[in-house]
Design a protein around this ligand. Structure first.
Ligand SMILES: Nc1ncnc2c1ncn2[C@@H]1O[C@H](COP(=O)(O)OP(=O)(O)OP(=O)(O)O)[C@@H](O)[C@H]1O
Length: 260
């Protein structure tokens, strides 16, 4: 089931530095939502608050109505949250398949004791998740790479492996942090097609941080623009691109006045 997300007055301070200030917005279940803004606007910091990697200084973050603010990533994974990172966080010495399988960990029944003892029901679940991981890789055209060390793959494929790892957890809420960064034009087109397919085939809410406005326009139903840690506006990608406040935030007031 796709999850909803609600942020109310989320602030994040590091010492005297105000990274986020009173950010509020709601994301309805099943939408593709964009989080955009100039460099340093606070997008990744906000993702880190949502995914439990940062604890907000104040405010509330709820997933499907359950307060999630300050919860550790493992608890959020059980609430159905998965994410990718701006710089892929892979086990480079492990195989591609082993990396993808890490995403299935949250679906294993039992706990550390039954996992260590490899009880029959644990082993059965492990086999089923492994089959599903191989199917995901096959559909992505990556079956040939399953047993290769992740280290041997290109940057674009590292991004793909992170995405398949996140999907193996069967997330209800998926956060993609700059999924197009460093990809070639063809790889971005492929990524857009993949996310479109996800939307039609899976009941999932997706939030994307991205500078690539082509990808944001192609995929998102709605965006929020952040600037200097504050919400500047929300609307469609087209509305954001023609909003004078957004243009000013990206290119500066003088340049925006000159362009007007
Ligand atoms: N752990 C931290 N300690 C101190 N300052 C931080 C920390 N994490 C982020 N910041 C600061 O918060 C601000 C926002 O950074 P963030 O990476 O969230 O922006 P962003 O919008 O994702 O930028 P980009 O598009 O360049 O990735 C920056 O000024 C950054 O230096």
């Amino acid at each position: 089931m796709a999850a909803s997300l609600s942020l109310k007055d989320v602030s994040l301070h590091f010492g005297g530095v105000k990274v986020l200030q009173d950010v509020s917005f709601d994301v309805e279940p099943g939408v593709i939502f964009g989080l955009v803004g100039p460099n340093g606007a606070g997008k990744t910091s906000l993702f880190n608050c949502i995914s439990g990697h940062y604890r907000p200084s104040s405010g509330s973050i709820s997933i499907d109505g359950t307060e999630a603010s300050g919860s550790p990533p493992a608890r959020l994974a059980r609430l159905g949250l998965a994410r990718t990172f701006q710089h892929p966080a892979l086990q480079l010495n492990a195989s591609v398949l082993q990396n993808v399988l890490l995403g299935g960990h949250t679906r294993l029944p039992g706990g550390p004791v039954s996992w260590a003892l490899r009880l029959p029901y644990t082993a059965r679940s492990e086999r089923a998740i492994r089959t599903e991981a191989l199917e995901l890789l096959d559909r992505a055209g990556l079956a040939w790479a399953a047993d290769l060390p992740a280290d041997e793959l290109s940057h674009g494929l590292h991004k793909g492996v992170e995405l398949w790892r996140a999907l193996l957890s069967r997330p209800a809420l998926l956060l993609l942090d700059e999924p197009a960064a460093g990809l070639s034009h063809g790889e971005v087109e492929q990524l857009i097609a993949t996310v479109k397919r996800l939307r039609t085939e899976q009941d999932i809410t997706i939030i994307i941080v991205e500078h690539h406005m082509g990808l944001i326009s192609a995929l998102t139903d709605r965006v929020v623009v952040l600037d200097h840690g504050r919400k500047l506006m929300s609307g469609t990608a087209a509305e954001a691109q023609s909003d004078p406040r957004v243009i000013e935030a990206y290119i500066g007031k003088d340049a925006a006045d000159d362009a007007a």
